[in-house]
Write a protein that binds this ligand. Structure first.
Ligand code: BYC
Length: 482
């Protein structure tokens, strides 16, 4: 079994790690035999644009200072490693029926299946996103953006390693089989798709990529935040370190949308018109439709408004709440309740309406997490609206209603407008193009996606970033193409 970690990674090893992998030969051999399969997956399902090297960040230490180093790296030689945040020897379970007991270094038999399921679902999303983004390099708006795409990709690859390590180290043969499956399922595959809906959608253009890294990666932030609370200490420590890397992915999404909005505002002002489609910028209504799509499919990732699964996870100590230790309650929630979004049916007319209902707090935990996420998403919209305001433009962006375009949970069976008005299926079919990207919108956005691979240059539909990476200027040679 594995032993306590030190902060620094051992880079002399085939698989860099801070878990003393060399002391567990069986585990090391098992992971070393998974490694070529991972590399094969990266070569066949990873980024398609040929490159010589990319200016990448590689994790070298899990401590507070200087945890990463930057340098030009040939991507297939990137050192994907296994890093767990440092152990807190006195850590206690923070919630649920085991609250106050020491955390677990091994998987308790009674929770094995649930823990494995959570780890597999988390692990499945990581390679999925790399698959979804694999062709974007060919249309990157600048070398800076290209480098950020690849940084996100290699780190999602490392997050897959993080989950595969847990499966191999703690879940025996079944864990090893699941680790293989993580490479066999593919985003969008008809025969063996990825587990969660949003990870089977395409990311065909850079506006989608920025929306995905803003909205969908942010689900990752919140889910990892709840798994970081887990009583299963190796999962907690793994997620803690993943969250550190995740911050860059959020930055890519937030500033990416900033820059698209900024450029649109500039073109609107320059030409004194809202009709920027013919002028090489992305019209605000199209940005709003992309936002509507990515936000609503990301809301689905939180599961149903009520879920006995999540209640069981919490009670068992497997998955906590966002910022569990800041919550002012008993951290067991057995006698608490929560209002959740729901569909209620009128007893006499049978008509369904969007409303709220009171349920036990445990069963409503997906809603609790989704609400934390929604509040965070408001932050992005506020920031983009500030750019519109400062640019003297009167239009504003907004988050659609929670019932809009939902395929999981209470509103899966109905259709609603972004303002939350219910619609018949026929009316939804007729009008959805007002709110979700149409083929015409997508074709237009794709037509703008002409690659700009020259150093210091940028496409016309997006503003340059305010800062480069790691103190380097925007016109740095972030990527050398093959
Ligand atoms: N699509 O009881 P319910 C990231 C299934 S993103 C398809 O409400 P629960 C990243 C569900 O499995 C973060 N199916 O669900 C981002 C269940 O199936 P069974 C990923 C769905 O369990 C960007 C049934 O519906 N991590 O890291 O309470 C780039 C009933 O649902 C979906 C995690 O998600 C869906 N969207 O909650 C890279 C954390 N939603 O049991 C990476 C781990 C639900 O009836 N996962 N179903 O067959 C979990 O915590 C929970 O499993 C979920 C679902 C929150 C996903």
């Amino acid at each position: 079994m594995t032993v306590p970690t030190t902060g620094t990674a051992d880079y002399s090893e085939k698989i860099p790690n801070n878990v003393n992998l060399h002391e567990d030969r069986r585990l090391q051999r098992a992971l070393e035999s998974w490694q070529p399969n991972f590399l094969h997956w990266w070569q066949t399902m990873g980024p398609t644009l040929p490159t010589q090297d990319v200016y990448l960040r590689t994790a070298i230490n899990v401590g507070r200072d200087g945890w990463a180093q930057f340098g030009h790296v040939a991507m297939p030689e990137y050192r994907w490693g296994i890093f767990l945040a440092e152990r807190d020897p006195g850590r206690k379970v923070g919630f649920g029926e085991h609250k106050g007991e020491p955390v677990w270094d091994k998987v308790p038999g009674e929770y094995r299946a649930e823990l494995q399921r959570l780890i597999v679902i988390q692990g499945d999303t990581e390679p999925a996103s790399v698959e979804q983004q694999r062709n974007l390099g060919a249309t990157a708006p600048s070398l800076y953006d290209l480098r950020n795409l690849f940084q996100v990709n290699v780190e999602e690859g490392r997050h897959l390693w993080a989950m595969v390590y847990l499966l191999h180290a703690y879940f025996g043969r079944e864990g090893r089989e699941e680790a293989e499956e993580l490479l066999h399922r593919n985003s969008g595959s008809l025969d063996s798709p990825r587990i969660l809906g949003a990870f089977n959608e395409e990311t065909p253009d850079w506006l989608s990529f920025f929306m995905f890294t803003y909205f969908t990666d942010r689900d990752g932030k919140y889910q990892l935040g709840t798994l970081k609370e887990s009583a299963f200490d190796p999962l907690s420590r793994t997620c803690e370190f993943m969250l550190k890397e995740e911050a860059h992915h959020m930055m890519v999404g937030t500033t990416g949308v900033d820059r698209v909005v900024q450029r649109t505002v500039e073109v609107m002002r320059e030409h004194d018109t809202d009709e920027v489609a013919g002028l090489g910028a992305i019209p605000l209504p199209v940005i709003q439709k992309y936002l509507n799509f990515h936000y609503s499919v990301s809301l689905d990732l939180f599961g149903g408004e009520t879920s006995t699964n999540v209640a069981n996870y919490y009670t068992a100590g497997l998955k906590g709440r966002w910022m569990e230790d800041r919550r002012q309650d008993d951290h067991q929630l057995t006698s608490d309740s929560i209002m959740v979004d729901s569909l209620s049916q009128d007893a006499t007319t049978g008509e369904q309406s969007i409303g709220q209902t009171e349920v036990s707090a445990l069963v409503g935990l997906n809603t609790d997490l989704r609400r934390e996420y929604i509040a965070d998403c408001q932050g992005g919209v506020k920031r983009w609206n500030r750019i519109l305001e400062e640019g003297g433009v009167r239009q504003r962006l907004k988050l659609p209603h929670v019932a809009f375009n939902r395929r999981v949970g209470a509103f899966a069976g109905i259709e609603a407008t972004p303002d939350g008005e219910q619609l018949s299926v026929a009316e939804w079919q007729r009008r959805q193009g007002e709110w979700l990207p149409t083929d015409v919108d997508k074709t237009y956005v794709r037509s703008l996606m002409q690659p700009v691979h020259q150093r210091g240059k940028i496409a016309a539909w997006i503003a340059p970033p305010r800062n480069g990476i790691n103190g380097k200027p925007f016109d740095y040679d972030y990527v050398h193409l093959a």
